[in-house]
Design a protein around this ligand. Sequence first.
Ligand code: NAP
Length: 484
Amino acid sequence: MSKPPRYIVVGAGMSGILAAVRLKQQGIDDFTVYEKGESIGGTWRENRYPGLTCDVPAHCYTYSFAPHAGWSAFFAPGPEIRDYFERVVDDFGVRSHLRLNSNVTACEWDGARWNVEIEDGTKDSADIVIAASGVLHHINMPAIEGIDSFAGDMFHSARWNYDVSTVGKRVGVIGNGSTGVQIVTALSQQDCEIVHFQRSPQWIMPVQQLVYTDEDRAQFASDPSRIEALRNGDEYWGGIRRFNEAIIDPDSPAMEEIERLCRENLESSVRDPELREKLRPDYRAACKRLIYSWGYYDAAQRPNVTIEVGRIARIEPKGVRMQDGTFHELDVIALATGFRADRFIRPTRVIGRDGIDLDDVWRERPSAHYAVTIPGFPNFFMLNGPTGPVGNFSLIDIAEQQWAYIEQLLEPIRSGKKAQVECRSDAFDDYNKRRTLAARGTIFGSGCTSWYLDKDGVPLTWPWSYDEFAEAMDKPRLGDFAYA
Ligand code: NAP
């Protein structure tokens, strides 16, 4: 019998930990998880800004195999999520497989195996690579004139500098995606003056935060069916399905409902008509990733918060100059300007069969067949790769389904019948054609800027229903693959 395959997992964020646990559960020990950071957790390691919270309900943002009774609230704070992943790593015995501070700089296929290089010069090889390198980690520094001239403290939201106190300071927050909104909501409670710079206002979906008591937690612990009811109940799934229907059919009643809820939230929450108009977007709700918040409009109306919707002309040593000449003098600037979400595993050099460079394959736009495989790259699989479902889903659930799909594709290799599996080019081209066409018709393509769009303005997202995704992951179409 041939030797069982060896695996290399790139990244120890949510998806990489999932891969490690699943391998371990299958009795596979010959794998290493390389992680560029000094600890695990991916986006939950990098983001430590004030107010960091996951807008997917906590009990739904957990692995199916590791429910957690101890969440402090319905929407969990970031540090608890980070701790949760640390615990999973220990509980499922995968810590010894982790290599931290190990940035994978190259993966090269030599016709039989993947040869992997680490930044420190270490080399490794494996039959199978799982690219679990995440999406939101290459920070987007805005190209604002004079940005380097600022004399105060400035940092990106994913590099929050807690050595700098914001108390008693004048703080500018540039950007109002989910991150900027959470930061301003949290900082508004402090003794500080905030200017929130919004290039384009956002629609805000109202949600209730619910703090769990010790009694709630004890009940979740003693009766796991309560957790299951939250994870699998109609309230969560009804919401997911309605939201999904709205994304793929912008004329649907579900979309009308989202627009109504967001509009009513703005009308009923913001008292001053001038501020209300400042905060009113001129594009459709959910075109950008919809923001869920229970506190932002209150924050925006606090006396220590100024909403600035003018265009930034430049950053000067003492603050931010607007195009109309207004000047905001600031001590601290937080750049909540998002991430370069089209990078995926890059800048790691990935060289596939016959020297194909992933960077060339992705020159137009990053894509993967059903978000998992790429022709020319045998035995190379992505978790939360390009064109997967995004938009207020639990990405843990998405990654788990992708893993189950990968396991099925790998079955002939694990059983020693085959050595390689690769997605066929015609299947990939067909997928891309169908996906691109469908994506243009989704709400994400309805006329706004966002990180969902590729350079041609086409959403890079899964354009069909959640159920179609689940069905696609449930059983790979084996005709789309070539085994050798
Ligand atoms: P984002 O959604 O990409 O928002 C970036 C913000 O920065 C936008 O408001 C953008 O304005 C602004 N911006 C960018 N460049 C600018 C410039 N040169 N001048 C002025 N403004 C500029 O980034 P994010 O808020 O960090 O969120 C990224 C993703 O992280 C989210 O979509 C979400 O998936 C995830 N996230 C999730 C949670 C959660 O609770 N699950 C929390 C935080 C983040 P425009 O809109 O005008 O481009």
